[in-house]
Design a protein around this ligand. Sequence first.
Ligand code: ATP
Length: 204
Amino acid sequence: MQIKRLRLTGFKSFVEPTELRIEPGLTGVVGPNGCGKSNLLEAIRWVMGESSPKSMRGGGMEDVIFAGTSSRPPRDFAEVAIHCDTEGAVVAGLSDATEGHELEVIRRIERGAGSAYRANGRDVRAKDVALIFADAATGAHSPALVSQGKIANVIAAKPTERRAMLEEAAGIAGLHVRRKDAEQKLRATETNLIRLGEIVADME
Ligand code: ATP
């Protein structure tokens, strides 16, 4: 999966609609202190389904919405759109909607209304978006996104944390989510079977 474009509106310091083209290869973001470099990386993680406000350096998720300055009023919503080339990969739950290998995921948050996601024009859940990117090894926690201090974190990480990083890089993180779902369904089915057995026994 190749990230092609990123569009931010009202996200943190990016109050006006801002579009960036991302070329193939390694991309570095440089600029003076406080110009929004980390905000950009956070926008990528956010649109990929990041659910922790803390990892967005906020107290609540609405803190990603432009909070206003002395000369500009705050905004009511923030939106980030990411445009990717799926490079022929089948996208979970979207196989018929990724014609031409194009994938556009949009996340929008409105004050008091929470987040909503769209993938190629279709309403999807946060979980679906997280799975799309986890399968492509480019998820919100992917080691492909190297933020400040990340290298030091990798060095200091415990073996279990390092294993999670490797699994994310290998694109198998989504399998753990699916296994958990499957185990839950299995448990629910077992409960139903026991109940069914009891009903049949009552009728005999
Ligand atoms: P450094 O090099 O110092 O780490 P940086 O380039 O990574 O800086 P960021 O941390 O991405 O900069 O951006 C910080 C700026 O974003 C600050 O000026 C802060 O006020 C602004 N900012 C963060 N959240 C919001 C928000 N919700 N509304 C408005 N501005 C915000």
